[in-house]
Design a protein around this ligand. Structure first.
Ligand SMILES: [Zn+2]
Length: 269
């Protein structure tokens, strides 16, 4: 599932394949860009902001444009050598093909693909909070934005990219487990918001540069998460069955014992 770290990795793959090169042909397979031709354009750089992918380009007369795409749940970019077989996904999912002398970049199932002047990137990216993997990561600002809405559940607030950019459902579930916080806790009642934000950042950063996402430290299949995707399986800490329920418009996974809804001393009687 693409979260901030996956998008960061994807941006790096595209950067290595295309940055500094001139596009020799482009083939857009979405109606909005069907007549767009990027032949002769240069690729300046590839970057990510939160879960948005930004391929920054220059026209032959050096006007700066950005090809924006969003991976959502199922999108992907792959880079191939010229002549190499495209092994990524079925051909009908291809949304764009960009060729340069040294590489072919293929975008599969991309969402919200648009071409905008680089100066107007903010309009497509939207009002994003501090980017967990960005050069300008600002934990205090992320905490401030979260704390601005103390009545929201922490499970929903962590996914709102206007608070902090890059956390998806997997890291949301895992961070809350690791901090012993129920996803239904109102933000205003979370004991240590800065600690939680800091852990989210470290988890994403630790997974940068590889494609298997792990919060447990293990890269073995079936052992990479504490709660995410583990409904009815025993909690790795206490053995209680992990639960799964809808929270907002997403599902959430949690351990009802390790993440009590009302933390405090155990009741007697
Ligand atoms: Zn547990």
């Amino acid at each position: 599932m693409p979260e901030g770290d996956t998008v960061w990795n994807t941006a790096r793959v595209l950067h290595r394949a295309l940055a500094g090169a001139r596009i020799t042909s482009s083939d857009f397979r979405v109606p909005r860009l069907a007549t767009t031709d990027l032949s002769g354009w240069a690729v300046r750089e590839s970057a990510s902001r939160g879960k948005h992918l930004l391929l920054r380009l220059a026209t032959p007369d050096d006007a700066h444009w950005t090809l924006h795409s969003h991976l959502r749940m199922d999108g992907a970019w792959r880079a191939y050598a010229p002549g190499e077989r495209w092994t990524g996904r079925p051909a009908h999912l291809i949304r764009v093909v960009l060729r340069s002398p040294g590489a072919v970049a293929v975008g599969y199932h991309l969402h919200e693909m648009t071409l905008v002047p680089t100066a107007e990137e903010d309009q497509v990216v939207g009002p994003l909070g501090p980017d967990l993997l960005g050069p300008d990561w600002d934990p205090a600002e992320a905490v401030r934005r979260l704390a601005d809405h103390p009545e929201l559940t922490i499970g929903e607030a962590l996914l709102d990219q206007r608070n902090l950019a890059g956390v998806g459902n997997l890291y949301k579930c895992e961070v809350l487990f690791l901090r012993g916080v129920s996803p239904w806790t109102p933000v205003g009642e979370v004991p240590d918001l800065p600690g939680l934000v800091s852990l989210a950042q470290r988890l994403l950063a630790a997974n940068r540069g590889r494609w298997t996402q792990s919060s447990t430290g293990s890269l073995h299949r079936g052992q990479t998460s504490y709660v995410y995707g583990r409904r009815a399986q025993p909690c790795r800490r206490c053995g209680t069955a992990i639960r799964k329920e809808e929270l907002g418009d997403r599902v959430t996974y949690w351990c009802p014992v390790c993440q009590p809804e009302h933390p405090g001393p155990a009741e007697s009687g």
